[in-house]
Design a protein around this ligand. Structure first.
Ligand code: FMN
Ligand code: SF4
Length: 426
């Protein structure tokens, strides 16, 4: 029996992504029609029952986020979709944006209806140029069919969606930096609180949700929250789009039910990764992007759910699964990860701006026989603790997660090049 479960991605690749009638042919816009006959509280009730956890990486419960925003009296409210998709190894939002843009547009329109918003924004990764053009066309097509624009479905509800292009900065995926960038300011994170629900886009109450989260809303409204929950794990309903890359025999995006598939299934099942390329042995897998944890073959039987992965010291994050074979040096791999964070650090705070450079310098020493000392290893540990605790935003706070998890799994490799003479002298 197939372990895949196309729910959010249902219809992807089978229809013309820009055609409203094609989208309706695969069940599109039924949810919006249902939602406009419900009260905002009823829609949010279903999102809460569904236990949808935000698919952008932080896994914040969408139902609570929506409920909080509903109770804020200030208007206008804005809906912002995070389509920055800057996390390396992550290309699942691209699948929805490119192949099912109308599902995302429907999800955003339902959110617009719930919050009485007049405008929504999709902040799209700068590199997705073609997709940005397609999205503009899909929005126009939805307007022509009265699913967007003025007096939607004759219900007196007016709502429009605008496309904003990112410019290639990873930090702009952080929700407050994303709002600054959307406003035309420098894309650096804001201090929180105030929360974005209260003081968000143009300092107004704002909902920020990931592409996959918002594209799950039509299924939740149509099936009902209880049914959506049953598809997944009791703590987190529905499915997850996972992205296999690296030394995976097959790479791509696969949709799985949460809590019903293991990491081994994802990597080895013939319908998904199909094993490690060229029949090599698995050395480790990196989950959830560069900011996520590294896991070992011993953890392959962990069930892929937010709860099970967290208990195992792992995490879903963005849904990325980067497979690495036995030929890879963990130190060289971590140097690549750290280089990424040096490049992407916005420079606003010292622990991240300087900490990543210091981490890299120590990793560089660890890659040369006899160059590092025991002191370097203890400095590495101290840096990880400081950066995690003292960085201003999630980028710096999670930059050392991969290193921290790899340290526990590959201690011998970290220590292999440490000079014994220097250690004795120190
Ligand atoms: C450095 C950094 C980069 C991020 N990049 C993204 C991104 O590309 N896409 C995304 O949806 N969330 C990203 N996030 C998470 C967002 O801040 C936020 O949690 C998310 O958009 C909320 O939507 P959700 O609740 O639907 O997941 C990033 C966070 C950080 C700290
Ligand atoms: S942790 Fe600090 S330097 Fe790093 S991206 Fe965030 S604000 Fe910028």
């Amino acid at each position: 029996m197939s372990k895949l479960m196309p729910l959010v991605s249902e219809g992807a690749g089978k229809i013309n992504p820009l055609s409203v009638s094609d989208y309706i042919g695969v069940g599109g816009y039924q949810a919006l029609k249902k939602a406009v006959g419900m009260t905002p509280e009823q829609v949010i009730g279903e999102v809460k029952k569904a236990k949808l956890l935000g698919r952008g990486g932080a896994a914040y419960p969408s139902g609570s986020k929506w409920e909080h925003l509903l109770h804020i009296p200030e208007t206008p409210k804005y809906i912002v979709c995070n389509a920055d998709e800057g996390e390396p190894g992550t290309f699942k939002d691209k699948l929805i944006l490119g192949k099912l843009p109308l599902k995302l547009i429907e999800g955003i329109t339902i959110a617009g209806f719930v919050f009485g918003a007049k405008a929504g924004y999709i902040y799209v990764r700068g590199e997705y140029r073609k997709i940005q053009k397609q999205l503009i066309q899909a929005i126009e097509n939805a307007k022509k069919e009265n699913y967007l624009g003025d007096n939607i479905l004759g219900k007196g509800f007016n709502f429009d969606i605008h496309i904003i292009s990112g410019a290639g900065a990873y930090v702009c995926g952080e929700n407050s930096a994303l709002l600054n960038s959307t406003e035309g300011k420098v894309g650096r994170p804001r201090i929180k609180p105030p929360h974005l629900a209260e003081v968000g886009l143009f300092l107004q109450p704002t909902l920020v949700n990931n592409v996959e989260s918002l594209s799950s809303i039509p299924a939740i409204v149509l099936k009902g929250g209880d049914e959506f929950l049953k598809i997944g794990h009791p703590d987190s309903g529905g499915t997850k789009l996972i992205c296999l890359s690296g030394h995976s025999a097959k790479t791509g995006v696969f949709e799985i039910p949460l809590g019903k598939v293991t990491i081994r299934d994802a990597i080895y099942d013939a319908e998904m990764g199909g094993g490690v390329k060229d029949g090599k042995k698995l050395k480790f897998f990196h989950l959830g992007g560069q900011s996520g944890p590294i896991g070992s073959p011993d953890q392959l039987d962990t069930v892929y759910s937010y709860t099970d992965l967290r208990k195992a010291g792992l995490g879903v994050g963005s849904g990325a699964i980067v497979v690495m074979d036995e030929s890879v040096s963990i130190i060289e791999y971590l140097k690549g990860v750290t280089e990424f964070f040096i490049h992407e650090s916005c420079g606003k705070c010292v622990p991240c701006r300087e900490g990543n450079k210091q981490l890299y310098a120590i990793l560089q020493k660890l890659s040369v026989p006899g160059a590092a000392t025991e002191n370097d290893l203890s400095n590495l540990r101290r840096l990880v603790t400081t950066m995690t605790a003292a960085s201003f935003c999630g980028l710096g706070q999670t930059a050392a997660v991969a290193l921290n998890t790899a340290w526990k799994l590959f201690k011998a490799e970290f220590e292999a090049n440490v000079s014994k003479t220097a250690a004795a002298a120190a």
